[in-house]
Design a protein around this ligand. Structure first.
Ligand code: SAM
Length: 281
């Protein structure tokens, strides 16, 4: 039997009694047209080991294997899904490796992972993304991730957009981030309360990456923590904590103190973070 000969996901869910457990953020994608599209955006997959966090009953897992992934490392926390995933493992000539555990704790490089595709659980998705953005060296050449739409927008937002803030700045300091498609709540079983979106991240060329995400996180947290205030006001506290005067800091970074954070370019935040790192007392 091959992966495409496996019984429909609804049958698998019924046979194994896999009702969705809300505490694990379980909303399943049973429409293979959508999972195939996510798999295509992850490819080409020849020779590639893809990690999938939270495979659940395995819709996206099947699509990644059918699209030709050399290996899929599926990390699932809920052991009820293991028998259903085992059927996929057998039908795929062992190209599926099942890891029972927490995706936040698994070290992808221990499994030779170079790409990630996941329909992430809402409650831990942002944390996982930050883990992958701050991993050094960056082990992935592409991330294809489904989030709730509001979080996806916060990752892909550009300066001036309503959703522009800390997450967009951190993500786009190391990667290109683009929306692949929006996915309405009704595409899931059971439907969540909000819509979702799939985004694609690809690392920037090394010379264009900004590496000090720690200082950047501190500056952006302070600036967007008071997003309606001018920077001379919102950065006053963090300046003081670090023995700095806010006006000379903004001047040295060539940033207008009367601007609000959403009006800045990402490179402005890099200069603010550089100054903070180099001059904090
Ligand atoms: N990929 C499946 C799909 O698209 O139908 C299921 C997606 S569902 C939104 C999220 C999955 O992540 C669930 O199977 C859940 O059990 C699993 N999960 C939740 N928290 C997890 C964690 N910390 N590590 C690994 N898996 C997790």
């Amino acid at each position: 039997m091959s992966v495409s000969d496996l019984p429909p996901l609804r049958d698998v869910i019924a046979r194994h009694g896999l009702s969705a457990n809300k505490s694990f953020g379980q909303h399943f994608l049973l429409d293979l047209n959508i999972t195939d599209k996510i798999a295509r955006a992850t490819g080409p997959l020849d020779g590639i080991t893809v990690m999938e966090v939270g495979p659940g009953p395995g819709g996206l897992t099947r699509s990644l294997l059918t699209a030709g992934a050399h290996k899929v490392v599926a990390v699932e926390m809920d052991k009820r899904f293991i028998p259903a995933l085992d059927e996929i493992r057998l039908a795929s000539d062992e190209r599926l490796k099942i890891v029972l555990g927490n995706g936040l704790k698994v070290d992808p490089s221990a499994h030779d992972v170079t790409r990630i595709a996941s329909n992430l659980p809402y409650n831990v998705g942002t944390k996982m993304l930050i883990n992958w953005l701050t991993a050094r060296p960056i082990f992935w050449d592409r991330l294809v991730l489904m989030f709730q739409k509001e979080v996806a927008d916060r990752v892909t937002a550009r300066p001036g957009d309503k959703a522009f803030g800390r997450l967009a700045i951190l993500a786009q300091s190391v990667a290109r981030a683009d929306n692949l498609m929006d996915v309405p709540a009704r595409a899931f079983t059971p439907p969540p309360k909000v819509d979702s979106a799939v985004i694609v991240l690809e690392p920037l060329p090394e010379s264009e990456r900004y590496d000090d995400l720690k200082s950047l996180a501190r500056v952006t947290e302070a600036a967007f923590g008071m997003r309606r205030k001018m920077l001379r006001r919102s950065l006053r506290g963090i300046a003081k904590q670090n023995g700095l005067e806010v006006e000379p800091w903004l001047k040295a970074a060539n940033v207008d103190p009367e601007k609000r954070p959403e009006a800045l370019q990402i490179s402005d935040f890099h200069r603010l973070a550089d100054y903070l790192r180099n001059n904090a007392g």
